[in-house]
Design a protein around this ligand. Sequence first.
Ligand code: ADP
Ligand code: MG
Length: 321
Amino acid sequence: DLLISQIAAGEVVERPSAALKELLENALDAGATSLNIQLEGGGVDLIRVIDNGGGIARDELALALTRHATSKIASLDDLERVGTLGFRGEALASIAAVAELVITSRRADAAHAWCLRADVASGEPEPAAHAIGTRIEVRDLYRNTPARRKFLKSEATEYAHCVDAVRRIALAYPEVAFTVSHNGRAGLHLPAGDATTRAASLLGDDFIDASHTVDVAAGGLRLRGRVGLPTLARTRADAQYCYVNGRFVRDKLLAHALREAYRDQLHGSRQPAYCVFIDIDPTEVDVNVHPAKTEVRFRDARAVHQFVFHAVQRALAATPS
Ligand code: ADP
Ligand code: MG
């Protein structure tokens, strides 16, 4: 029923950047190596994501829009070890409940692309022209839920949130090229490269100069990335990125472990700056806590906290300051 889907959609798609994040994750799950992101009106008027991934078969287009239908997990067992960014089968259905959604997609084995508009009752895909991969267009976000539209901030702010969403994902996928435009003007342009180049373009050369690479593994856990203490004036104050199994997280336990590890180092105008990737056996972490998937729950929280704390503290002690 429409009301329920609009309420549920609010949880997944609280603002344009949340919708964009879901579309980017889908493109990456589909194996895309190049993502072209076109935004208008801060993402409220238009979010268009064009990827060169595997595409969606004609007969699966309607399924892609069905709530709780996902091609990514086949059983509850798989839920224990999610290897893809998406798995709830909720995002496209949620977006379609609060916006106009059009999918155009072509698989490598198809003679041409197929296009499906979410609001067309027949649900019949139509032939279309498109390169191999997928183009998703989301227009007029919250057109039918004015209450939520009222909570959106200025166009510039919503656009900034969208760019943040791209940054977070782009840091974890340096081998994927990203381009962003807003209202027809070029924004971020990130060619495919290695982790250091990507971190330098997103966090600044000073961050690279004032940080050390870490790569520590113990007890089934691995932490890799860069940690540093650049001077505030020269690096973005919010250069704090933490990932679990490739997913950007905002987790209290990890934030605490990181803060503690930096505690003895903070003085003057120095500010923690880090980009760390924690890899853990998927059965040891629950990523299914919240629809937006930025919170995680560790089976052995204590062990994770200690591991992260010690790994970062040791790396910082070696950092020239
Ligand atoms: P989930 O990602 O949790 O499976 P979504 O609602 O985000 O759910 O997407 C539904 C399905 O649509 C996916 O399982 C996938 O099969 C398909 N899909 C969505 N976006 C893309 C894309 N860019 N490329 C290929 N398939 C896609
Ligand atoms: Mg998804």
